[in-house]
Design a protein around this ligand. Structure first.
Ligand code: BTN
Length: 238
């Protein structure tokens, strides 16, 4: 297993994509000049003792079964933090790590080129550990640092735990599918039983979060029944 530690990179996801993807290769950086988030957004990535990492994961699973992957990664992060004494962390479907409605981190899953012998999946994770307040102005949503939840948190311990939990969760995902995480998801699902709006292009659909299906699709309880929502281009608002 390869480990690449960078002081500076454009994006750890991009580094893994363009400079040699490998299964279980981990790229970690201190700073990203072009950190990216979901839906083409920027991920503000100053040098601040935060965590910016990407893991290469080759899988034989068909692409249709990868819908639940970012949820499983979210669960892995919640469990990694729980082991370090940081409790009550939730996941906002499909990829936001949150604490009391404030963003603690995010997940960006991307597929990379070569499909021979399986899919190359890039699992990117950004976690605010000691995000400097100087960066606050450039972040367009309410955020929080791990350090505020646990002042003596060790970034190294967070990194090690996240990697360990990722490995075991990915193994279970490969062999047993998302279904085996459905009950665990309910425990961390920030949207469960809450009023949410789904934004899909210019359309807004209002409803109440009703969990996820066996593939990880979001279930929205609307006046007309339960509507499954797939990650793709949608965004979810409270
Ligand atoms: C989001 O919430 O929109 C996802 C953010 C993902 C950020 C991480 S930081 C490490 C990896 N490299 C990137 O460029 N993005 C991900």
């Amino acid at each position: 297993n390869e480990l690449e530690v960078r002081l500076i990179t454009d994006s750890t996801n991009e580094a893994l994509k363009s400079e040699g993807f490998a299964h279980n290769k981990l790229v970690v950086a201190e700073y990203q000049s072009a950190g990216r988030g979901r839906r083409g957004r920027q991920w503000v990535s100053p040098i601040a003792s935060n965590l910016y990492l990407s893991l290469g994961w080759k899988t034989q699973l068909p692409v249709q079964q990868l819908g639940g992957l970012s949820l499983v990664v979210g669960l892995a992060i919640v469990n990694a933090l729980k082991q370090l004494g940081v409790k009550d962390v939730e996941v906002k479907w499909p990829n936001d790590i949150r604490y009391q409605g404030r963003k603690l981190g995010g997940i960006l899953v991307e597929l990379s080129g070569d499909m021979v012998g399986g899919l190359n999946v890039i699992i990117g994770v950004g976690l605010n550990v000691h995000m400097a307040s100087v960066a606050a102005d450039s972040i367009d949503q309410d955020w929080i640092n791990l350090q505020e939840l646990k002042p003596d948190i060790s970034r190294q311990a967070v990194l090690i735990n996240v990697i360990k939990q990722l490995q075991s969760h990915l193994e279970q995902f490969s062999s047993e599918g998302f279904e085996s995480f459905q009950a665990d998801w309910r425990q961390v699902d920030e949207c469960f039983n809450k009023k949410v709006s789904i934004l899909q292009g210019d359309d807004v659909i209002n409803g109440v979060g009703a969990g996820v299906d066996t593939n990880g699709a979001f279930l929205l309880q609307t006046g007309k029944g339960i509507k499954p929502v797939y990650a793709g281009e949608v965004s979810l608002r409270f």
